[in-house]
Design a protein around this ligand. Structure first.
Ligand code: G6P
Length: 367
């Protein structure tokens, strides 16, 4: 097992560090003439023109990649997207017809709820597309179309590199669909594709924040609660950061849409409560800063995660972690890595079994 860890203390850390490679392996073979192409996946040209509605179904971390997928597809392609937790999808009699595309996302391809949701969609005669990491898995065998992610084997129970590659596929689908629906020009699609490739290369820089994060989180050793705050893409990202921390460090944690804080959660913010504030979106920055001030004025211990070069008053935060600056739309790709590292180092510090957290399974095959 030590050999398999390749010199890292845990599989999770190894897998966090493997993300630039996993992203390249997943995306590069699917770029043709500067544009995303799913030819190698046997997804026919013109496929994405057919649909009027998308339904994304998944569990856990894969669901969080799906939530970002919704934001990306709606923004670029202007097609309505629903997201459903697989175990909810089945029992709510979802509205689907021939113009609906159901996308299921799963690392293992064996999650029972996701598989059941896929089967339900097929029973309704709806086209299904699966984004799956494990070749030959049940979901990969049963879906109408499959896009394989090339994260390689993910051993740690808490998913890291699988999330990143799922997200990269969501970007490619959003660009492809926007082009098919003529919401963007070919040139715009090429620019977006090149921004995606640039974001992938920039993940190397996010990993360099590791030491700074390790030093900062020493204060999290005896924590009971923590809050992630964000708006837009940062809210979806915060949900994943929060899940990672809960899964492996056993700290109670919540991710909140920053504007929603005043409708309840702010009552939980008292002196010294740690808040990780995500502010990677230029257009939302003024509103986000005012939300951070709301928690600061109640004594919150704020770690601000923003984009390098953003001008934010020094009194707004306790400590600042600057992500490499790329286009706002692609910030989640570089932004998730520090959140994974926060969870990892906190769990190690607290003596938790990082790769095999209590009560959790890598693949949940019961409904
Ligand atoms: C389990 C794992 C999670 C994972 C979820 C979905 O709960 O512990 O890390 O996100 O299943 O798994 P899947 O293989 O379908 O992506």
């Amino acid at each position: 097992e030590q050999a398999q860890k390749g010199g890292y203390d845990h599989f999770m850390l190894k897998e966090i560090y493997e993300q630039p490679r996993a992203l390249r392996d997943t995306v590069h073979p699917r770029i043709s003439d500067g544009l995303p192409s799913f030819e190698m996946d046997d997804v026919p040209e013109g496929f994405f023109k057919r649909f009027e509605k998308i339904s994304i179904v998944a569990c856990g971390t894969a669901m969080h990649a799906g939530m970002l997928g919704k934001a990306l597809i709606e923004k670029l392609a202007r097609i309505p997207v629903e997201t459903d937790i697989a175990s909810e999808f089945r029992y709510r009699n979802p509205i689907m017809d021939k113009t609906t595309l159901v996308i299921v996302i799963s690392q293992s391809g064996e999650t029972a709820d996701t598989l059941a949701a896929l089967r339900l969609a097929k029973q309704h005669g709806v086209t299904t597309l699966a984004i799956v990491n494990v070749t030959g898995s049940s979901i990969a065998r049963e879906a109408d179309y499959i896009i394989h992610t090339y994260a390689g084997p993910e051993i740690a129970v808490a998913s890291t590199k699988a999330y990143s590659v799922q997200l990269s596929v969501m970007y490619m689908i959003a660009i492809k669909m926007a082009l098919a629906k003529q919401e963007i020009t070919t040139n715009q699609a090429r620019e977006l594709t090149s921004s995606l490739m640039h974001a992938i290369e920039t993940t190397e820089k996010s990993i360099l924040l590791d030491e700074q994060i390790k030093a900062y989180i020493k204060r999290y050793e005896n924590l009971n609660d923590l809050f992630f705050l964000g708006r837009g893409l940062d809210y979806a990202l915060g949900l994943e950061g929060s899940l990672k921390l809960k899964e492996i460090s056993y700290i109670h944690c919540e991710a909140y849409a920053a504007g929603e804080l005043k409708h309840g959660t702010i009552s939980l913010i008292t002196d010294g409560v740690p808040v990780v504030a995500l502010a990677t979106q230029e257009i939302l920055l003024p509103k986000m800063v005012s939300n951070i001030r709301e928690v600061r004025s109640r004594g919150a211990d704020v770690l601000l995660i923003c984009k390098k070069g953003m001008r934010i008053d020094r009194d707004v935060y306790g400590e600042k972690l600057e992500l490499p600056a790329i286009d706002d739309l692609f910030m989640p790709i570089v932004g998730v890595i520090p959140l994974q590292l926060i969870a990892y180092h906190t769990a190690v510090l607290r003596g938790c079994d990082v790769d095999k957290p209590r009560n959790l399974a890598k693949s949940v095959t019961v409904e």
